[in-house]
Design a protein around this ligand. Structure first.
Ligand SMILES: CC(C)(COP(=O)(O)OP(=O)(O)OC[C@H]1O[C@@H](n2cnc3c(N)ncnc32)[C@H](O)[C@@H]1OP(=O)(O)O)[C@@H](O)C(=O)NCCC(=O)NCCS
Length: 180
């Protein structure tokens, strides 16, 4: 696709290393930083306008996901930026708003994460779950439901799958980059 998915806003333009894949149908606006080998799949909308968005190395943001932030106010001078760690898999049609996601996290398809939520490293969030504002998800667990509840500790196999999922997407985005 020939359109440019990267749009400036108030002097900020998304910072994208050459190793990153950004699908031409996605829209990335303003203060957004991506780490090496990250990937942004079709129809992602990410708006770094009233605060900033950081996406870590090797993290994949799958199709139809929406990423946004909350503005700085007198009551909350930092507002709520969106910080996503390394080797994270964000499933199709998730919505992440002003939250912090650690490393090696799998956010299932259709998950909604609200302002101020903190997801520690090595967590799986089941498809369709809702993470309420300010909720803290502890490292090493599967969480499910709406509102979300701790379900059980991750198995060794699931822990091992988290970086594997990220690796799979790094390989896939390399194939897509080769098609451009
Ligand atoms: C939660 C998940 C990891 C499966 O875990 P699991 O322990 O193997 O779960 P099971 O399939 O054995 O089901 C166990 C119970 O959880 C329920 N369950 C499974 N997935 C659930 C979900 N996302 N939300 C709520 N409940 C769920 C099952 O219905 C079952 O309930 P029951 O005991 O009352 O019958 C999987 O269903 C999931 O949501 N994966 C996310 C995949 C994804 O979105 N990937 C990103 C895009 S590639």
């Amino acid at each position: 696709m020939s359109s440019n998915p990267l749009r400036p806003y108030k002097g900020n333009t998304p910072e994208i290393p050459a190793s990153v894949y950004v699908d031409g149908s996605s829209v990335l606006i303003g203060a957004i930083t991506l780490g090496e080998d990250a990937s942004i799949w079709p129809l992602v909308a990410a708006r770094g306008d009233v605060n900033n968005i950081t996406i870590g190395a090797r993290t994949n943001i799958q199709d139809g996901t929406v990423l946004h932030v909350s503005r700085k106010t007198i009551e909350n001078p930092q507002g709520h930026p969106l910080i996503i760690g390394e080797d994270v898999t964000i499933g199709h049609k998730a919505m992440l708003h002003g939250c912090r996601v650690g490393n090696r996290v799998l956010v299932g398809m259709g998950v909604i994460i609200l302002d101020g939520a903190v997801i520690e490293d090595d967590v799986i969030i089941g498809a369709g779950s809702l993470v309420p504002p300010g909720k803290h998800l502890e490292s090493g667990y599967l969480y499910l439901g709406s509102p979300i509840k701790k379900a059980r500790p991750l198995s060794d196999k699931e822990r091992a799958f988290l970086p594997t999922s990220a690796d799979n997407y790094v390989r896939l985005k390399n194939e897509y980059l080769a098609e451009l």
